[in-house]
Design a protein around this ligand. Structure first.
Ligand code: BJ8
Length: 420
């Protein structure tokens, strides 16, 4: 670790968090747990990982929601999500990657090579995947610093692709078994499938609360919870998030809302927002909008669809895993019509008034998919705006102006619908 540089990172985070999160009014009490997790992001959770390592438990870092956490858990290892969401790490990423790479890739690589991310430093292995070109090349560079295992994700969803993904899961199991000396048994995998399904269920419960007309929680807070799910201890996360959801249910029945009911309800769709990327949600929610759902990997793609728990053999369990994971509609697939169907379905389920299509700069797959999504949403009469932005706050004012104009248009539509 580069402790001096790490201290610089730790200096900015509390102020940033205070401005974005602690300034919100009327937050649920249950958010105190997540405040605590953030305050200890480089403290207690790291200590837990160090304690695990002292007992010879391996730590495995991941970057994509296609990597099956069930397998990591079943082999007795601990999984942590590693995607970088801060521009603090980008300059170091740019030392080894082209400047015109996606900020998520640059920040993730920069976090490792700068020696300032204790999660990265705790990992015994990191797992990459063949999703976009930027990531594929990043694994080769990261492999110079830390052992990397790459899962070859198919780019189509035919039967042969499913069989291929099952093979990749088997190779991943072999890799983890060799690294840990532990065996993945049917029993252990069944327990892990059930545990990770529970984590999905509690996230679904959180999201269901956001379907309410009176919103019991802000989009910013919900995003933070999704981000924390990637690295918190799963059992504790499930317990704490269920407690929060009890409070949200009570708030709904007591008609408590964190937003004015006239605030336009926004579905955000697009690239993931790795912690601490809270920029777009913060701008939306300080410009009069309310984020009600994220169709992203730090949102519904992370928790929708459970793994079938009835498989009786290891092969069948692997098939069940493959079936669930290949239901994720990432823009790296062609065609990716499932994502368009998801956006339209979620728009209706969450009673949204408009869609914000978010893409990180230089993410070709999500940027190119905009056209297909726009055509389909136009046909449905669903208003959408595209915001392409990175981690730096330099363009925040300009985005705010565009969003305010978009919300005004949504309000005009709403008034017109009332008077019809
Ligand atoms: S399943 S969205 S987590 S690949 S934003 S690095 S795609 S250039 S993150 Fe992703 Fe898995 Fe897909 Fe989800 Fe590349 Fe685009 Fe950057 Fe991305």
């Amino acid at each position: 670790m580069d402790l001096e540089k790490h201290d610089q990172l730790c200096e900015v985070l509390p102020q940033f968090y205070e401005e974005i999160y602690l300034s919100q009014e009327n937050r649920p009490e249950g958010m105190n747990y997540y405040n605590f997790v953030v305050s200890e992001v480089h403290g207690l959770r790291i200590k837990e990982l160090v304690d695990h390592k002292e007992k010879d438990v391996k730590v495995v870092g991941t970057f994509c929601v296609f990597v099956p956490d069930e397998v990591i858990n079943a082999v007795g290892a601990v999984g942590v999500g590693l995607c970088g969401g801060s521009d603090f790490w980008e300059p170091d990423g740019e030392k080894v990657l082209p400047r015109n790479s996606c900020p998520l890739v640059k920040a993730s690589v920069g976090a490792k090579i700068s020696g300032t991310c204790p999660y990265f430093q705790s990992c015994d292995l990191i797992v990459g995947e063949t999703t976009c070109d930027g990531k594929k090349k990043a694994w080769e560079i990261l492999d110079e610093y830390i052992p990397v295992h790459v899962m070859d994700l198919p780019q189509m969803k035919r039967e042969k692709d499913n069989l291929h993904w099952q093979d990749e899961i088997k190779i991943f199991i072999d890799k983890l078994q060799a690294m840990t000396g532990n065996k993945v048994t049917e029993e252990k995998l069944a327990q892990s499938i059930s545990l990770i399904n529970e984590r999905r269920k509690v996230l679904k419960r959180l999201y269901d609360a956001r379907k309410s007309r009176k919103l019991p929680i802000s989009g910013k807070d919900a995003l933070l919870i999704s981000q924390i799910a990637f690295y918190d201890d799963p059992d504790r996360f499930i317990q704490k998030t269920n407690e929060l959801c009890d409070e949200l249910d009570k708030r709904i029945s007591d008609d408590i809302s964190v937003f004015n009911e006239a605030a336009p309800r926004i579905l955000v769709t697009g690239t993931p927002m790795a912690i601490p990327n809270w920029k777009l949600h913060h701008i939306i929610e300080t410009s009069g909008g309310a984020v009600v759902c994220e169709e992203s990997c730090t949102g519904t793609r992370y928790f929708e669809n459970l793994v079938d728990e009835n498989a009786a053999t290891l092969d069948k369990q692997i098939e069940a895993l493959s079936n669930r994971y290949l239901n994720i509609n990432c823009a790296c697939f062609t065609p990716n019509t499932g994502r368009i169907e998801d956006i339209i379905r979620l728009y209706k389920e969450y009673s949204a008034n408009g869609v914000v299509y978010f893409t990180l700069p230089f993410c070709q797959t999500y940027a190119a998919e905009f056209k297909k999504v726009k055509d389909a949403l136009d046909k449905e009469g669903i208003p959408m705006i595209m915001i392409e932005t990175g981690y730096s706050l330099q363009d925040a004012g300009q985005i705010k102006t565009r969003l305010e104009a978009f919300f005004e248009m949504l309000e005009t539509n709403r008034q017109a619908a009332i008077s019809e």
